[in-house]
Design a protein around this ligand. Structure first.
Ligand code: BES
Ligand code: ZN
Ligand code: ZN
Length: 495
């Protein structure tokens, strides 16, 4: 899909569909309403007075052969209330425009953006939305289908601002939107296709295009290092584990400057292991590598956007299966850091692979850690499918992540991490056990990870629940959401 900025007046743009956003609470004499009514001979007035269209967020009304426009269709698109508007909402609106156009078999769409934001930011956000909206996940359907992909997405500014900065904005938005879709694609892949080895190959392929150096540690090297908790999770599977390290090409290590490490849980399938999960919805566990996909997506963006900060990505990729070789409840293993862990429940495997990856990141010089993981069902119980859980020891970093939510649209909710929660994971036989009691499960998982970050500033994002969307949205297909790509990328775009 080609995305470009056009600085022509909206009635003059030939296209299959012109999407024109309207506020729920704007008067009929608002300039943008008047402009459309004038051009079309009163279409907004007619639609609104007949009660046919109320501009609630993402509501739409499609009009064929509109009078006065070169567009073949006009899509009235509800923005909702003025007070709720932020950049993230413009992304979603562009996405809704793209998806509506797609379902009406349109090829060329013009999107009338009307925002106070800097044109570069607005153009970037619209490009992201268009790409995210244009994505569908029916990759394995064999029936002949004509391509429904959009060919052109035109962004126009109703304020009539000149194209200044829009092109660079679209370039950035394209990088980010493509990376979100890369992460969605990976999480949507079935686990027979996406194994730890093929994940490593995908990283190498995507990395070589974007400008990442990709190193893969094999089982033997991990054994030598003593990454025994990571290996304990992989034991039950015939698929060998991989520790994938992503570095930005040409980014030189500057001593004394912080080195950020992004760590993503990459369980390509989580059956629970010997502590096996119930069959219902087990298929969703093919997406238990959504955190890893987000790290790859963010690193692919950063390699192209060249942030000032030094960043590396680390992805422990394993499959968690039961077998005669699998780790058993009660087993005790020694971690890379030297602490011993009693594995009470083999289904709490994400924290085991992350424990060793956190220790490894510190051993190679990382000074700030951010991990992202579909870690606990308890996080879904606490926050539902709307917010990701955030906790950690670096309040400043958490505040920065939080502040970006209005742009990323990825909602983060900080959970407490008081030491009072630590006793739930005290083991009788070892230094720590890998599960607590029934209560505060997202937090006790965080406490477990904290034990391995020690005094290195660290933030943990639990994306269980927000990684998948079972219903689909007007601006995005159902399935994997790519949650985290934008959060992790934006952090380095704003200092
Ligand atoms: N991958 C799951 C967490 C999960 C559950 C993600 C549902 C997305 C949707 C994780 O490995 C897990 O199984 N956690 C257990 C931990 C428990 C045994 C302490 C859980 O949440 O039930
Ligand atoms: Zn599990
Ligand atoms: Zn898991």
């Amino acid at each position: 899909m080609i995305i470009e900025f056009v600085d022509r007046r909206f009635p003059e743009i030939p296209c299959d569909l012109l999407a024109y956003p309207l506020f729920e609470d704007e008067p009929e004499d608002a300039p943008a309403v008047v402009a459309l009514d004038r051009a079309t001979g009163g279409v907004v007035h007619t639609m609104r007075s007949s009660g046919e269209f109320k501009p609630k967020l993402h509501s739409t009304c499609l009009i064929h052969n509109p009078r006065g426009l070169k567009a073949r269709r006009l899509l009235l698109l509800g923005i909702g209330k003025k007070k709720d508007l932020n950049l993230a909402r413009w992304r979603d609106l562009a996405g809704t425009a793209a998806r509506s156009a797609k379902s009406a078999a349109c090829k060329t769409v013009a999107f009338a953006a009307r925002s106070e934001a800097r044109l570069a930011d607005l153009a970037r956000i619209c490009a992201e939305g268009a790409l995210i909206g244009n994505y569908d996940s029916d990759i394995y359907k064999t029936r002949e289908k004509e391509s429904r992909e959009l060919e052109r997405f035109l962004v126009l500014d109703l304020k009539g601002r000149a194209a200044n900065g829009a092109e660079e904005g679209i370039r950035r938005g394209t990088i980010i939107g493509d990376a979100v879709n890369l992460a969605r694609n990976l999480a949507n892949e079935p686990a027979n296709v996406l194994t730890p080895a093929s994940f490593a190959e995908k990283c190498t392929a995507a990395g070589s295009v974007a400008g990442l150096e990709v190193e893969v540690l094999e089982r033997g090297e991990m054994e030598k290092l003593g990454m025994n908790t990571l290996l304990a999770v992989a034991r039950g599977s015939d698929e060998p584990p991989k520790l994938i390290i992503l570095r930005i090409k040409g980014q030189r290590r500057r001593k004394g400057a912080p080195l950020y490490a992004l760590l993503g849980k990459g369980v390509t399938f989580d059956s629970g292991g010997i502590s096996i999960k119930p069959a219902e919805k087990m298929e969703d566990m093919k997406a238990d590598m959504a955190g890893a996909a987000a790290v790859l997506g963010a690193m692919v963006c950063l390699a192209q956007l060249r942030p000032a900060q030094q960043v590396i990505g680390l992805i422990p990729a394993v499959e968690n299966l039961p077998s005669g070789k699998a780790t058993k409840p009660g087993d005790v293993v020694k971690t890379l850091l030297g602490k011993t862990v009693e594995i009470i429940n083999t289904d709490a495997e994400g924290r085991l692979i992350l424990a060793d990856t956190i220790a490894y990141a510190r051993s190679i010089g990382a000074t700030r850690l951010i991990d992202i993981a579909t870690l606990t069902g308890a996080c879904i119980v606490a926050l539902g499918m709307v917010y990701a859980g955030m906790m950690g020891t670096d309040q400043q970093l958490m505040d920065r992540l939080q502040k970006n939510c209005g742009v990323t649209g990825e909602k983060l909710w900080q959970l407490p991490l008081d030491d009072d929660y630590r006793k739930a994971i005290q083991s009788e036989i070892a230094d720590i056990k890998n599960v607590g009691n029934r209560w505060g499960g997202a937090i006790t998982a965080g406490k477990f990870l904290q034990e391995f970050a020690e005094d290195t500033p660290w933030v943990h994002l639990d994306i269980a629940g927000v990684d998948l969307d079972h219903d689909g949205r007007p601006f995005a297909a159902k399935g994997a959401t790519g949650f985290g790509v934008r959060t992790l990328t934006q952090l380095f775009l704003t200092g």
